[in-house]
Write a protein that binds this ligand. Structure first.
Ligand code: SAM
Length: 273
């Protein structure tokens, strides 16, 4: 009975995602005011600064970086692509994997121009903004695949997708809380992705605080598990991670643009025990 309930909750979430619209999602979350590179208090520059710091502190490294639930976005691997020789992107939906493939092949019909993102991360790295073309080339070189994933399966990726020791680092942004029916499912999903990581490897987890829904497209309202900081810390501990740092961003009124009810964003850097 209990197993059936869990399966139903997960199936209901999968059904919500059938209406996900990558172009609309990018427009809602990855254009100003949420992605305003002139403003220090805009969400995207905050996320990019957290990722830049985490990847350049010297403790994160190895061969393989895996991004969990990439969606149609690339910002989350713009710093990591300089540290790892191989980067795998993953998503549940073919429409999102297609969007990423289009960028990888440098095709015309991408729904977002990632140039300002590449330029901004070059600046964070102390490079001239014009180095963005080199960063784009580097990213295209190190992303070796875009794979299907389901974080609700104990084995989220195909069995032969990763080396047996696991990845050296995972990054995951706004995925687990927005695909899980409740906190227990969120924690289980965290445990599942943890199995993809080698012991001692790092997890960089970004997610929404206090969010109960977001729009994945016009009229596509997707429920989210509303998390607080204590729950994030407890779930990480329960799933076999040691927290290194938790940072929190609180949304200003003008970042609340009517596409969700998020109140804050967390960034967690953790190590697998
Ligand atoms: N990482 C991107 C970002 O930072 O904007 C996208 C986050 S979006 C809120 C959630 C993503 O989770 C979507 O791309 C969706 O397709 C994906 N997703 C939905 N169900 C999933 C599942 N069961 N396992 C893994 N990813 C899933």
């Amino acid at each position: 009975m209990e197993e059936k309930g869990k399966e139903n909750g997960v199936a209901a979430m999968a059904a919500c995602y059938q209406g996900f619209d990558p172009a609309a999602y990018l427009q809602y979350n990855y254009t100003p005011p949420r992605a305003d590179f002139e403003r220090k208090d805009s969400i995207v520059p905050w996320k990019l600064a957290c990722l830049h710091r985490a990847f350049t502190e010297g403790d994160v490294g190895g061969e393989l970086l895996v991004d969990i639930g990439s969606g149609p976005t690339l910002y989350q691997v713009l710093s990591g692509c300089e540290v790892f020789n191989q980067v795998l992107l993953t998503d549940f939906l073919e429409v999102n994997r297609q969007e990423l493939r289009r960028w990888l092949r440098d095709e015309e019909e991408c729904n977002l121009d990632w140039t300002p993102y590449l330029q901004h991360v070059c600046k964070l790295e102390g490079r001239r903004p014009s180095a963005w073309t080199e960063k784009a080339a580097k990213l295209r070189q190190v992303i070796t695949d875009i794979l299907p994933i389901d974080v609700h399966r104990p084995q989220p990726l195909a069995p032969d997708a990763l080396p047996s020791a696991g990845a050296d680092c995972l990054v995951s942004c706004f995925c687990l809380e927005s695909v899980s029916p409740d906190l227990a499912a969120f924690t289980r999903a965290l445990g599942h992705i943890g199995r993809l990581l080698r012991t001692g490897g790092h997890l960089l987890l970004i997610g929404a605080l206090g969010e109960s829904y977001y729009f994945g497209g016009p009229g596509v309202k997707i429920p989210v598990v509303p998390l607080n900081e204590a729950q994030v810390c407890a779930s990480l501990k329960e799933s076999g991670f040691t927290l290194i740092r938790l940072e929190v961003y609180t949304l200003n009124q003008d970042m609340r643009v009517g596409v969700d009810d998020v109140t804050g964003v967390f960034f967690a850097k953790a190590r697998k025990d």
